[in-house]
Design a protein around this ligand. Structure first.
Ligand code: SF4
Ligand code: SF4
Length: 192
């Protein structure tokens, strides 16, 4: 991990701001989808109602989403994320609490940290600033071992999803949203 940033303080204040921030997409991996489907007992055609497919506009991925692969859909490449309400709230936020806390997506578990593996080393960064996340700069220093363990979990989850998306984008001729969900839920790599 990059040692120059090791002295960061963070303690979640449970303010819920990250669950209400319109500009933050709650992207999901195959394991996230599988975990939510299993936890809520939802089939592919049911879990799809909790998701949105955010189509990519232009050739470049938006900043902050470069390590999440875009999956081919019948309308073009898209990021899969949890649905947001019109006011920007996550679908699963109720009375400022996460209704799926124990099965929430990895991006929620690791927020506000992001991780990158460039093949040589693992580095971390922040997906939000203090203006969004008041927990940054508060509480105890985040231990390097804590970040390392989180990095391993996040990057493994991401690598498996990237592998799946690469195969899907190469092979799938009829990439409907429902077909994506069915394929994810039947793929043993995402079995929880
Ligand atoms: S914005 Fe930060 S402090 Fe607030 S709930 Fe999210 S992670 Fe916790
Ligand atoms: S899944 Fe839960 S933790 Fe994640 S954004 Fe939605 S309400 Fe917040």
């Amino acid at each position: 991990m990059n040692p120059d940033k090791d002295q960061i303080r963070f303690e979640c204040t449970r303010c819920g701001a990250c669950c209400r921030e319109d500009s933050l997409l709650v992207t999901v991996t195959g394991r996230d989808i599988s975990r939510i489907s299993l936890g809520l007992n939802l089939s592919a055609s049911e879990v799809i109602r909790a998701l949105n497919f955010y189509l990519i506009e232009g050739a470049e991925s938006p900043e902050g989403l470069r390590d999440i692969p875009a999956i081919n859909t019948e309308k073009g490449p898209a990021y899969i994320a949890l649905k947001k309400l019109e006011n920007g709230d996550c679908l699963f936020l109720k009375d400022n609490l996460c209704m799926i806390h124990v099965i929430r997506p990895m991006v929620c578990m690791s927020f506000p940290f992001t991780f990158l593996d460039d093949g040589h080393s693992k580095t971390w960064g922040l997906s939000a600033k203090k203006v969004i996340c008041p927990g940054l700069g508060c509480g105890p220093h985040v231990e390097n071992t804590e970040l390392r363990d989180l990095a391993i979990a996040v990057l493994e989850d991401l690598a498996i999803y990237q592998e799946f998306v690469t195969e899907w984008n190469k092979n799938e001729k009829n990439p409907t949203a429902n077909a994506i969900l069915e394929k994810i839920l039947s793929d043993s790599r995402f079995t929880i």
